[in-house]
Design a protein around this ligand. Structure first.
Ligand code: ADP
Ligand code: ADP
Ligand code: ZN
Length: 216
């Protein structure tokens, strides 16, 4: 099974496309954002450490996220089913660390998928995003609304808006992406791993485009 990194600005659809591909092909979906939010919900030390960074729209320190990722990747499940890393790496030092981790656990990165979406659509997607409080399922008030307003189709849980999806924090996250994450495009391009995929289509059409680009 192939191993992927999904790269792209906040709102590019990394989480949504990860879920769809993992459901279809069985990959383990590793989202650093989801793991950090679960730690915050459980009010662990890690969650408390991460909260101030996340709420400000800034990146959590590399050592903190690197430890999470190493733990998530070093499992038999990942070795048999493959992984989709969603939201990691986000800095060049994180990418270098990931190379070392993958070497150490004897896994290979096959492709880095870059989802390309214009700024205006990113802002629309992020400010309309809603999350299930119970199961973490992701909706959008216009693009992928639940059947009943503010209620999760999958588990009946109530939906909420992430505090970092407010317009001000979204602007800061996009700035941070530009400054700290965009250099990864050249990093992976120079290694011949980068695949650019247009990400502006609606959910199901977008998934078809992804599969076509990956020859799946
Ligand atoms: P997005 O929807 O912007 O892609 P995520 O759910 O992936 O958001 O991440 C939410 C927040 O969690 C980020 O803004 C950042 O504070 C933190 N985070 C997630 N992944 C990383 C990472 N690889 N490095 C540092 N911080 C991270
Ligand atoms: P990311 O993980 O890159 O931050 P998400 O997958 O969470 O992005 O998507 C951001 C928001 O946009 C969510 O509300 C999601 O439902 C919606 N969304 C994602 N992909 C699409 C798409 N292809 N078309 C329309 N809406 C989408
Ligand atoms: Zn739910």
């Amino acid at each position: 099974m192939a191993n992927y990194v999904f790269l792209g600005p906040p709102g590019a659809g990394k989480g949504t496309m990860s879920e769809m591909l993992a459901e279809r092909d069985g990959h383990v979906h590793v989202s650093t954002g989801d793991i950090l939010r679960a730690e915050m919900k459980a009010d662990t030390d890690l969650g408390q450490q991460a909260r101030s960074y996340i709420d400000a729209g800034h990146l959590v320190p590399d050592e903190v996220v690197a430890a999470i990722v190493t733990k998530a990747l070093d499992t038999d499940e990942v070795r048999t089913r493959g992984f989709i890393l969603d939201g990691y790496p986000r800095t060049v030092p994180q990418a270098k660390r990931l190379d070392a981790t993958l070497d150490a656990v004897k896994l290979q990165l096959d492709r880095v998928v870059l989802f390309e979406v214009g700024q205006e659509l990113l802002i629309k997607r992020l400010t309309g995003r809603r999350i299930c409080r119970e199961c973490g399922a992701v909706y959008h008030v216009c693009f992928t609304p639940p059947k009943q307003a503010d209620v999760c189709d999958k588990c009946g849980g109530s939906l909420y808006q992430r505090s970092d999806d407010s317009p001000e924090t979204v602007r800061e996250r996009l700035r941070v992406y530009h400054e700290q994450t965009e250099p990864l495009i050249a990093y992976y391009e120079s290694r011949g791993l980068l695949l650019r995929v247009p990400g502006h289509q609606r959910k199901h059409a977008g998934f078809a485009v992804l599969c076509e680009h990956l020859h799946l």
